[in-house]
Design a protein around this ligand. Structure first.
Ligand SMILES: Cc1cc2nc3c(=O)[nH]c(=O)nc-3n(C[C@H](O)[C@H](O)[C@H](O)COP(=O)(O)OP(=O)(O)OC[C@H]3O[C@@H](n4cnc5c(N)ncnc54)[C@H](O)[C@@H]3O)c2cc1C
Length: 205
């Protein structure tokens, strides 16, 4: 398909490139100054320095309040909507680790910068303990770490913290009709919070 481009006004055509070239450096400088937050840069540097060099870059799974994905990531596992209001305290940043060293780096950098750590797996804590605090804090959200490896031979399973109970039951049922796991009845409860505190269910009682 041929597209007819309009002929440029000769006066405009002569002056515009020079003007644009003169303005562009200032625009770039303005944009980079507007985007640069020294505290954020320091935190990101700390996270990068303390995660393993060969791990996926932690910057790609770190969300600060001025990132467009910050609010969707924060809200995705808030199960009690009472804690999803503009007045609800918000984390300084959220890390969604894809590598174990991201967790280590997040904990170390939080300690260095005096930020409390909140860990969230399924987000089912109805007091919001996994995603709110009354002091400056960060969230380590485990939802990317959700692999489940079932070994029916030795009747064991290796489950990452961000998996849900329903996913665990499903993966076991895929391999065996006589095996199960004695945990809670709600399929969206996270393994991390459940196994570290609760653990009531029909098979467990
Ligand atoms: C609808 C519903 C149904 C439920 N059904 C049952 C049931 O049948 N049986 C039962 O026993 N309980 C049940 N519960 C309670 C549930 O097991 C607990 O609330 C559990 O702590 C939720 O875990 P989570 O990972 O989803 O929550 P989260 O809010 O992510 O975490 C809960 C707590 O554990 C901490 N935590 C999470 N991940 C980690 C981690 N990797 N390392 C260290 N700490 C971590 C969090 O910081 C927080 O303090 C139910 C809850 C709800 C809301």
């Amino acid at each position: 398909m041929v597209i007819n481009l309009p002929k440029p006004n000769s006066q405009f055509a002569m002056k515009t490139p020079t003007t644009i070239l003169a303005i562009v450096p200032f625009l770039l400088l303005y944009v980079s100054m507007a985007d640069s937050d020294p505290i954020q840069d320091t935190l990101l540097q700390c996270l990068s320095n303390l995660s393993q060099p060969l791990s996926p870059p932690i910057s790609s799974v770190t969300y600060f309040p001025n990132d467009s994905s910050y609010t969707p990531v924060l809200q995705s596992y808030i199960r009690n909507l009472r804690f999803s209001t503009p007045k609800t305290p918000k984390p300084s940043f959220i890390v969604t680790p894809t590598h174990v060293s991201h967790i280590q780096a997040s904990i170390l950098c939080s300690k260095i910068h005096t930020l409390q750590v909140r860990i969230r797996s399924g987000g089912h804590d109805y007091d919001g303990l996994s995603y709110i605090s009354d002091v400056p804090f960060i969230i380590i959200d485990m939802f990317n770490l959700q692999s489940i490896t079932v070994n029916i031979e030795d009747e064991s399973a290796w489950v990452e913290s961000g998996a849900t109970l329903g996913e665990v039951y499903y993966r076991i049922a895929e391999q065996s009709k006589v095996h199960g796991y004695p945990a809670g009845v709600c399929p969206t409860v996270g393994v991390g919070g459940h196994l570290s505190g609760d653990w009531q269910g029909t098979m467990a009682e």
